[in-house]
Write a protein that binds this ligand. Structure first.
Ligand code: TRP
Length: 337
């Protein structure tokens, strides 16, 4: 009796030991994963950016800063591989292919064309996009609240109607609006479509000058200047990358030039009602951090930016002989210093 009790106890102890060993092994596995995330093997963050212009650079810098604030430091817990396509679609494709081949843990795509290029290369690696104006029209997600796939991110959707309301407060005599944009950028197409709706409601005419690359901007702006009372460019990467060329043509012709982003006002545009790209960059960084922490893009809604501000360029206003009305200048940030 005593003997069998002892045997039973030994058996239980053995079973306990085996169970403990199994649990221990499992625990060991997860420790190893954590170890990798903690820096033994840095996670790979690939960043693809369409082109260099001030707004996109601000976004990227703030993504990186947010990641660092969350403990994801380049060269330490993560390795950042940043590539710029210099506004060449072929470059975008090669860059995205290399980020996939490199087995990036997450791809950060800055702008609509960059996000489209990344999404066409992988349906597995998580992609976080930054500043995609219309993610649904760009066919990246079908529902902003339920992305459902390997891609989500931040949107910088702006309202052409609100920018034009501001335009009519500053220069009320507008009858014809000239739209300068790259017709192959979906982000611009969406906003120009809204502009046309607005114009129709207000009985205004829209004249379009669509370009396909930055080299065509000067001529397009010049010819548009002779046909409109005010010019308008949406959040168009091609115009933004050659903004000083576009704005100097309109300033020469004394045409008020309304634009889609604060950086375009800083580069000589007259005014906008737009989002804050520093905040957008930080929000994008948070989403990238969440993915690095194991969250799934499928369940992360696209983030829209709430705080909008009025930006004007006092220097441009003076150069074209426009007085910014007091009720506008009181609430606006003057970027024309
Ligand atoms: N929204 C643009 C896109 O979808 C990218 C962008 C961000 C941008 N900030 C901008 C374009 C400022 C022009 C100006 O591709």
């Amino acid at each position: 009796m005593k003997k069998s009790k002892k045997r039973m106890a030994m058996l239980l102890a053995a079973m306990f030991a085996v169970t403990a060993l199994m649990l221990g092994l499992a625990g060991c596995g997860s420790d190893k994963d954590k170890g990798e995330a903690d820096g033994k093997k840095p996670l790979k963050v690939g960043i693809v950016q369409l082109v260099e212009h001030p707004s996109l650079d601000t976004i990227r810098e703030n993504i990186v800063a947010e990641l660092e604030a969350e403990g994801f430091k380049d060269g330490d817990t993560i390795t950042i591989n940043y590539q710029n396509a210099q506004n060449e679609m072929n470059n975008l494709k090669t860059i995205c292919q290399s980020l996939v081949a490199d087995k990036s843990d997450v791809i950060v795509a800055i702008t609509t064309p960059a996000a489209q290029a990344a999404f066409s290369e992988t349906k597995d690696i998580p992609i976080i996009f930054a500043a995609v104006t219309d993610p649904v029209a760009a066919e990246l997600v079908s529902d902003l609240n339920a992305p459902g796939g390997n891609i989500t991110g931040t949107s910088d959707r702006v309202s052409a109607a609100k920018i034009m309301d501001l335009a009519l407060q500053i220069t009320p005599d507008i009858k014809t609006i000239g739209a300068l944009y790259n017709s192959s950028e979906v982000n611009s197409q969406s906003v120009v479509a809204d502009l046309k709706d607005y114009a129709q409601q207000k009985g205004l005419t829209v004249r379009e000058a669509a370009v396909t690359n930055a080299n065509e901007i000067q001529q397009a702006a010049q010819s548009l200047a002779g046909k409109c009372d005010a010019a308008f460019s949406p959040i168009d990467n091609t115009v933004a990358s050659a903004m000083s060329v576009a704005s100097s043509e309109f300033i020469k012709a004394k045409i008020p030039f309304y634009v889609g982003a604060d950086s375009m006002v800083k580069d000589g545009g007259l005014a906008t009602f737009g989002i804050n790209y520093t905040v957008l960059g930080a929000e994008t960084g948070k989403m990238v951090g969440a993915v690095l922490n194991g969250e799934k893009t499928e369940a992360m809604p696209v983030k829209l930016m709430e705080d909008m501000d009025t930006y004007v360029n006092g220097k441009t206003a003076a150069a074209i002989g426009v007085t910014i009305p007091l009720n506008v200048s009181e609430m606006a940030t003057d970027l024309g210093a």
